[in-house]
Design a protein around this ligand. Structure first.
Ligand SMILES: [Zn+2]
Length: 280
């Protein structure tokens, strides 16, 4: 335990996503102004990475690079050192549209390296698209956060990183609890962590749980020495009967767990050091 206690824990806030709507929870930030306000409160609560999608005015997902550019500019202005991570996830557009904002040089971008099922569809990540997104990230100096919905994605990311295809430090997020993909299962989680230690000892990892599993996976990750993600993209509730009042409230819950496990919450500066990112 001694190498885990005292290790700063990076909290990532997934502020918007492409699915939750105001009808699910009024606190889901949709406009750029709402996204910036929600992000600032989350940073106050302990978030040092903002994971962002952008939306159209009618709340549908967008992949418009102009919107990403405005969001980046506004976040930088209000919160100069926070780590900005854009989603290249598959709901916002087709094929190469998904990476159209990488030339904006965000600090990080999410990257899926394999396909799997989602609640109502196949999440398609064909090898040629994965390779193209990874090469764009190398071109623009964007560190990927690999989204692992399955064990094969973890092993594939390790292989790609060893071959020099992934820019920067290897950072893998275990996503657990997506319907029809890997459930939030503690035995599997422990195996994921063990695989990281054995196969990629210099990498860092984080974990996210969906819906009611968010707080469960937050605790597993914090206790096991990893980093973790919270926010309205993954979960709009504090419990079965209570909607989360804000992104900040979900980050505060994770920050409270860090205290329980005697792990300081990483500042944006510490997060940049741990993940080998440049200064903002
Ligand atoms: Zn996302």
């Amino acid at each position: 335990m001694s190498d885990i206690e005292g290790k700063p824990c990076i909290l990532c806030c997934a502020i918007t996503g492409s699915l939750p709507r105001k009808a699910d929870n009024l606190a889901v930030p949709i406009s750029i102004a709402e996204q910036v306000e929600s992000s600032l409160a989350a940073v106050e609560a302990g978030a040092s990475i903002i994971h962002a999608h952008v939306r159209n005015e009618d709340e549908t997902p967008s992949s418009d690079p102009d919107k990403f550019a405005r969001l980046k500019e506004e976040l930088r202005r209000h919160c100069p050192d926070v780590v900005i991570q854009f989603s290249t996830g598959g709901r916002s557009g087709a094929d190469q549209e998904r990476g159209g904002m990488l030339s904006l040089r965000p600090d990080m971008a999410s990257l899926s390296v394999g396909s799997n099922n989602f609640p109502n569809r196949v999440y398609e990540n064909p090898p040629a698209l994965v390779d193209w997104l990874a090469s764009e990230m190398r071109t623009y100096g964007v560190t990927p956060e690999v989204e692992a919905f399955d064990l094969s994605h973890i092993l594939q990311a390790i292989t790609m990183h060893k071959a020099g295809f992934l820019y920067g430090l290897l950072y893998i997020q275990f996503v657990m609890g997506v319907k029809n993909a890997m459930p939030a299962d503690k035995t599997v989680f422990d195996f994921y962590v063990q695989q990281m230690h054995e196969r990629a000892p210099n990498a860092e990892w984080c974990a996210a749980g969906i819906g009611a599993q968010q707080i469960v996976v937050n605790e597993w990750a914090i206790a096991a020495g990893g980093h973790t993600r919270a926010g309205l993209e993954d979960n709009v509730r504090l419990d079965k009967n209570t909607k989360a009042p804000s992104n900040a409230a979900l980050i505060a819950r994770a920050a409270a767990l860090c205290e329980v496990y005697e792990r300081p919450v990483a500042t944006p500066q510490q997060t940049r050091e741990i993940l080998g990112l440049c200064e903002a």
